[in-house]
Write a protein that binds this ligand. Structure first.
Ligand SMILES: Nc1ncnc2c1ncn2[C@@H]1O[C@H](COP(=O)(O)OP(=O)(O)O)[C@@H](O)[C@H]1O
Ligand SMILES: O=C(O)C1=C[C@@H](OP(=O)(O)O)[C@@H](O)[C@H](O)C1
Ligand SMILES: [Mg+2]
Length: 166
């Protein structure tokens, strides 16, 4: 499996779809899997059931996708904070899509679909980048910078980076 990790706004969902199309495989996205299983959006799961409940559903969604799917898997930005998930990712191609603060802020906008960004989007993203970047780096087998690059350009970089490793 090729697994895309990184912060909100890195382009995991967008690039995951493009990458799968380019490689002729299928894509799964754990956020979409959780929403489909629950029949409600992530923002609602956070409000009604809390973040811990979402993390349980997310851990389950990653495990199921890794066991039943082969191709590309995009996960939510917080998925790799879970130690069980990190263990499950061992042996897979794990691509860290890196994004800086300014591009991440531009990309996520001000919508309410990402509950962890409610309030001051810029300071929330900065805190999450500071806290999580070491985790992304420790889990990744490949790192691709996305700042100033279009999704198509990022996808091409991922293909090249994976090819260079193969
Ligand atoms: N490389 C990029 N350049 C510009 N915009 C991007 C790029 N990658 C994604 N986007 C846009 O940023 C937003 C967040 O992308 P998404 O794929 O949902 O990121 P993630 O899943 O990592 O949170 C979307 O509106 C998407 O179209
Ligand atoms: O970083 C996070 O903790 C989260 C990222 C989101 O996914 P994206 O990274 O695809 O935006 C989604 O899973 C949820 O809102 C929590
Ligand atoms: Mg996503």
């Amino acid at each position: 499996m090729i697994v895309l990790i990184g912060p909100m706004g890195a382009g995991k969902t967008t690039v995951g779809a493009l990458l799968a199309e380019q490689l002729g495989v299928t894509v799964r996205d754990t956020d979409q899997d959780v929403e489909a299983a629950e029949g409600r959006p992530i923002s609602e799961i956070f409000v009604d059931s809390g973040e811990d409940a979402f993390r349980d559903l997310e851990r389950e969604a990653v495990a199921t996708a890794l066991a039943t799917h082969d191709g590309v898997l995009s996960v939510g930005g917080g998925a790799v904070l879970d130690p069980t998930t990190r263990e499950l990712l061992a042996g897979h191609d794990v691509v860290f899509l890196r994004v800086g603060l300014s591009d991440a802020v531009k990309r996520v906008g001000l919508g309410s679909a990402r509950p962890l960004l409610l309030g001051n989007v810029r300071s929330r993203i900065k805190a999450l980048l500071d806290e999580r970047t070491p985790v992304y780096e420790s889990v990744a087998t490949v790192v691709v910078d996305t700042d100033g690059r279009s999704p198509a350009e990022v996808t091409a970089e991922v293909v090249a980076a994976l090819g260079a490793r193969a």
